[in-house]
Design a protein around this ligand. Structure first.
Ligand code: CDT
Length: 308
């Protein structure tokens, strides 16, 4: 029977001018705060080391590449890994990854409680667009700066718990959770940067967006009998608001902890992973109840086809 105190390190805004060193110092402060409260596994947001740079349209590749990390850990982030190891806190955070082959991914890593990287994920569902769109209130250029992740959805046994990662927009897709659920996932970590306003529909404000965020993470948790921890970068970055709403969800779909504000903030919950067994062996016993002979379209077809 494994229990872990899981925390979410919601981060307030990071401005364009903020250095990696400044951000890492904030992450270490959150880590120390979390460890003092007994947290053993701490999850940070997507692209945790920088402002959400895909809101900026850039044409100079050197300018783009400056937002990316060429190795992990690197001199700027090593103090975070070291401190996490000293405190015995496993961590997961997102960053922009530039590979030695020159490939760009929106990635996240997972460490054990010794501060050693044991898993990496590259974001599969990239939202947004490639070219500048003058009609949008703000740009969302993830499709310009990243290629879709090439590693798929994997799990790792970490500190006795089957853990998987997803990033931001992935949380809206049931396929994400099910691919992890089919590998027995017990904890899904999800960092995110979600603008408070919908670039396509200005009438959709923060409350609706918070509702949708919570809806997808609670249903993903329930339908796969897994804990989910979703962690926001929030607040106003260079004039553009990001919503908060970080939550920890239990395997029955109930929210155990919820962030109150839009600044740096720790949420936490004691997670008893034995609780995943009930759903996994009853209503969501996949081996017993799934009917894969009827699910072929899910992998054979991308867009909806109306043929009636
Ligand atoms: N970072 C990220 O994936 N954000 C998206 C916003 C999409 S709006 C083009 C999200 O799903 O929250």
């Amino acid at each position: 029977m494994t229990k872990l105190v899981v925390g979410g390190a919601q981060m307030g805004p990071i401005q364009k001018a903020d250095s990696r060193e400044l951000v890492v110092a904030r992450m270490i402060a959150l880590l120390e705060q979390a460890a003092a409260q007994g947290v053993q596994m701490l999850v940070y947001p997507e692209l945790a080391l920088t402002t959400f740079f895909p809101r900026w349209y850039m044409t100079d590749q050197a300018e783009v590449d400056a937002w990316f990390e060429r190795e992990m850990p690197n001199p700027a982030t090593l103090p975070l890994f070291r401190r996490a190891g000293e405190l015995g806190v496993a961590i997961s955070f997102g960053y922009a990854e530039l590979t030695p082959e020159g490939r760009h991914f929106n990635s996240s890593i997972l460490t054990n409680r010794a501060g050693e990287i044991i898993g990496k994920y590259r974001k599969v569902h990239l939202p947004g667009h490639v070219e500048y769109q003058p009609t949008r209130g703000q740009q969302h250029l993830e499709k310009r700066y990243f290629e879709p992740g090439d590693l798929g959805f994997n799990v790792w046994r970490n500190e006795g718990v089957v853990m998987g990662m997803a990033i931001c927009n992935d949380r809206r897709w049931p396929e994400t959770y099910r691919c992890l659920g089919l590998q027995g996932v017990e904890l899904v970590t999800i960092g995110y940067n979600t603008p408070s306003v919908n670039g396509h529909m200005k009438s959709e404000g923060r409350e609706e967006r918070l509702y949708h965020s919570e809806l997808v993470m609670t249903s993903g948790a329930y339908q796969n009998a897994t804990y989910v921890v979703g962690v926001a970068k929030a607040g106003v970055e260079d004039g553009y608001p990001l919503m908060g709403g970080s939550i920890i969800v239990d395997p029955n779909g109930f929210v155990l902890a919820r962030a109150a504000g839009e600044g740096d903030e720790i949420i936490l919950a004691e997670c008893d992973f034995a609780k995943c067994a009930f759903g996994k062996t009853t209503i969501f016993n996949f081996a017993e109840h799934r009917r894969i002979e009827h699910y072929g379209r899910i992998t054979a077809q991308t867009g909806a086809v109306v043929d009636v």
